[in-house]
Ligand binder design. Structure first.
Ligand code: C5P
Length: 398
């Protein structure tokens, strides 16, 4: 069998000193390694070291747009089985998230049609910076795989997450990325609701909630990754929907119900949307004005359709119906009662008290409640929660 080819892009960070060791381990795994050294990376490790260990020339030339050499370089990123970026600096991640291609490494990253694995490494404040957080989310949504960073003492004297994963862990992630991915949900149809709903008061005002849609989006992507055909019914979320799913945008709970109904039949329904409980029945066609009396207008409200409850009890009920329970106290008791009240199979319960930072954040700590009882999962990225849930769904449908 041909050895798997790894295009290894070496960014400019102090942890580049671990790259020679990484290359040795990769070679020991039988991988062939083509190194690409960025200008910044060359400050921390040398062309000579990398090429001797890889047994291949190192690519590092800046190039003229449109030359034959450039086209040859693009070919580099197509010939690889996997592109690995280590260390992936804040700068490289920002460029990847934006699609900037202004040197060889970033051009290869934009031109590749192969999976990409990054091993981030940077100062802890840079890692925690909102800009880097945004970029991390964007890259994850784009399907970029990542390993690390680890927490610990940093070369700059600070402590926290930001150390590049150890070479052994990077090799394990490479092995995983190269492994054939089973598609246990191939041929299955999943409906996922996500995001908040907006319930209009007048043409410019609405009732909403703080849901970002991040967890529902991650679940749709995870089901897609396992081969499911996904209809993704989303309210006005603040994160972009995933690629490779059919996106149905709605505003109100009533539209969401209609969209779910139209997407039936399905094998799986995951209702992750934070659906508003009420809508305004005396919605004004014109913008409401203060009338000078000092009295606020009276809003008449009616209950929204409970999509989860309706679907769980409908004749067209999907085989597996999963609901969510966002609670601020007595999470498990409330969620256990909710599972029975709604008639769904599972409830994913989470504590959304402001102190947890879960609503709008990148992590989630959930308890899965099934017929067998509650099962507490450790706090992890919403993507990981989604992958684990999707794997459980696949298991349940086997
Ligand atoms: O009753 P509660 O809103 O707490 O229930 C949450 C679960 O029910 C979530 O899965 C949510 O998507 C779903 N739900 C729904 N339609 C509603 C209200 C909630 O599908 N009107």
């Amino acid at each position: 069998m041909q050895p798997k080819r790894i295009l290894l892009i070496v960014g400019g960070g102090i942890s580049a000193y671990k790259i020679p060791q990484l290359i040795r381990l990769m070679r020991a795994e039988g991988l062939s390694v083509t190194p690409v050294l960025t200008q910044a990376g060359a400050q921390f490790t040398t062309t000579m070291t990398l090429s001797v260990l890889a047994g291949e020339p190192v690519h590092e030339a800046l190039f003229d747009i449109g030359t034959e050499a450039e086209i040859g370089h693009i070919q580099l990123s197509r010939n690889a089985d996997l592109v690995v970026v280590a260390p992936a600096t804040a700068d490289l991640m920002a460029k990847m998230a934006q699609g900037i291609a202004n040197d060889l490494a970033t051009t290869l990253l934009l031109a590749t049609d192969k999976p990409v694995l990054i091993a981030p490494a940077m100062n802890v404040r840079m890692w925690d910076h909102p800009a880097t957080r945004r970029n991390r989310e964007t890259l994850a949504r784009d399907g970029i795989l990542s390993v690390g960073p680890d927490s610990g003492d940093m070369a700059c004297g600070e402590y926290g997450p930001g150390r590049m994963a150890e070479p052994e862990a990077i090799v394990a992630a490479i092995r995983d990325a190269l492994a054939p991915h089973p598609q246990p949900l191939a041929g299955r149809h999943a409906i996922v609701t996500s995001g908040p709903t907006h319930e209009p008061i007048d043409p410019v005002r609405y009732i909403a909630n703080r849901s970002s849609g991040a967890q529902g989006t991650a679940i749709a992507a995870a089901l897609r990754d396992l081969g499911a055909r996904v209809n993704f019914v989303t309210g006005p979320a603040s994160v972009a929907p995933p690629d490779g799913v059919n996106v149905i945008r709605v505003e109100t709970a009533r539209q969401m119900r209609d969209a779910v109904q139209a997407a039936l039949p399905a094998d799986i329904a995951v209702m992750a949307a934070a659906v508003a409980d009420w809508h305004v029945t005396n919605e004004s066609g014109l913008k409401m004005k203060k009338d000078g009396s000092g009295n606020p207008p009276a809003l008449d409200m009616a209950e929204n359709p409970d999509i989860l409850r309706w679907l769980s009890n409908d004749a067209s009920r999907p085989r597996l119906v999963v609901g969510f329970a966002a609670e601020t106290h007595d999470v498990i008791a409330h969620a256990t009662a909710k599972r029975l009240r709604k008639g769904c199979d599972w409830i994913v319960a989470n504590d959304v008290s402001p102190a947890t930072g879960i609503m709008g954040g990148t992590e989630n700590a959930v308890t899965l409640i099934t017929e067998a009882g509650p099962e507490e999962w450790p706090r992890m990225d919403k993507d990981k929660v989604a992958a684990r849930l999707a794997a459980r769904i696949a298991e349940a449908l086997e």
